[in-house]
Design a protein around this ligand. Structure first.
Ligand code: DX5
Ligand code: ZN
Length: 218
């Protein structure tokens, strides 16, 4: 099995300066930097946009895992790529027109980033089966998107098991990423069930020793 990747999230940091300081602290222990982009429409909260992503990119060599919790991802994919995204993840629920979703997933790959598709807790794995072929990563939300510090939703485990089975049955390279409420006891199970990437917001950010916290999740 490949190594489990840990992606600390920018979400708990409230300013660009805080994000940059955080990135500098974790740069040798984290595998990816998970950048939570919220537009105040798809979710209530608002974080930052591609202009800030560009600033972050200039300050770190960590690959940027960009989670777009925005209403109209199509319009902004290129901007996020040009600002330094290595992974671009869009939300299944943000697309009324699923043809557009396929077009966008293809576009992300064509630009040269890895394509990610995220599902909210109430969306079933079955709903996205048709689109898996266009994805490098499936991001399963284990809390309602919008803020860090929420409790992990236990039903996520069965989704991971289900997706991992599909991955094995069809022998596909897909990475399974989980986002929300992750702590060491949750991560232990997720790892066992086949998760490849774990996002951590509050657990890592609020720890006294953030480097130890990252390694506690492995
Ligand atoms: C939630 C974000 C997450 C969040 C995770 O909307 O997508 O990435 O930062 O934070 P924790 O780990 O605290 O749930
Ligand atoms: Zn996220």
């Amino acid at each position: 099995m490949d190594k489990l990747l840990i992606a600390p999230s920018t979400d708990p940091a409230k300013t660009v300066e805080d994000i940059i300081e955080f990135v500098d602290e974790i740069k040798n222990d984290a595998d990816l930097l998970h950048c939570d982009i919220m537009d105040g429409k798809f979710v209530e909260s608002k974080t930052f946009s591609y202009d800030v992503l560009k600033i972050i990119k200039e300050k770190t060599l960590l690959p940027l895992d960009v989670h777009l919790m925005i209403e109209s991802p199509s319009k902004f994919i290129k901007k996020y790529f040009q600002s330094g995204a290595n992974i671009i993840t869009v939300h299944f629920e943000a697309y009324k027109d699923k043809k557009k979703l396929i077009k966008d997933l293809k576009k992300i790959r064509k630009l040269g980033a890895l394509s990610g598709l995220s599902i909210k807790p109430k969306t079933a794995v079955e709903e996205i089966l048709t689109y898996i072929v266009y994805c490098d990563i499936i991001l399963i939300m284990s809390v309602e998107p919008g803020k860090s510090g929420q409790k992990f939703i236990e039903q996520t485990y069965s989704k991971v098991i289900e997706l991992n089975k599909i991955k094995k049955d069809f022998n596909i390279k897909l990475k399974i990423e989980i986002d929300g409420g992750i702590n060491p006891s949750v991560s232990k199970k997720l790892k066992e069930f086949g998760a490849d990437i774990l996002v951590s917001g509050s657990y890592v950010y609020n720890s006294k020793n953030r480097l130890l916290a990252i390694n506690d999740l492995r």
